[in-house]
Design a protein. Structure first.
Length: 127
């Protein structure tokens, strides 16, 4: 049986507003944020930069870590990000080009993906 990976990730915008989520497909999820295909907090505040991520083999560990990070004060989250990414650089900057992001944003077939992928992503706005 192939090993499954789950990712706890932090996205940010230019003013360092953050969003914490968990997914089983980090590249797809980051592309969804960049293309702003899902209406809500991240699209409203242009939160499109991947600034931090951790990988887990167990979904329950990933969900527990996500919940833990969401409970931290902003100062502690900032310290975590800056321990590995002091400039808050977009860790996914080389993953896609602008044309790919635009194509994804205009293609509505992404919404027809198996509902399981949506259930695998458990997210909410961070304070």
């Amino acid at each position: 049986m192939p090993r499954r990976s789950y990712f706890v990730y932090i996205m940010a915008n230019e003013t360092r507003m953050t969003y914490i989520g968990v997914t089983n497909d980090l590249e797809r999820r980051v592309l969804e944020h960049k293309a702003k295909v899902l209406q809500g907090y991240t699209s409203r505040y242009n939160i499109t930069r991947l600034v931090y991520c951790e990988e887990y083999n167990d979904v329950w560990e990933a969900l527990a870590r996500e919940k833990q990070l969401k409970g931290w004060l902003r100062k502690r989250k900032t310290s975590l990000i800056e321990s590995l990414n002091p400039r808050w650089s977009d860790l996914s900057a080389e993953w896609y080009d602008e044309r790919e992001i635009l194509r994804f944003a205009q293609d509505d077939t992404w919404a027809a993906q198996d509902d399981k992928t949506a259930r695998d992503d458990h997210e909410e706005r961070t304070p």
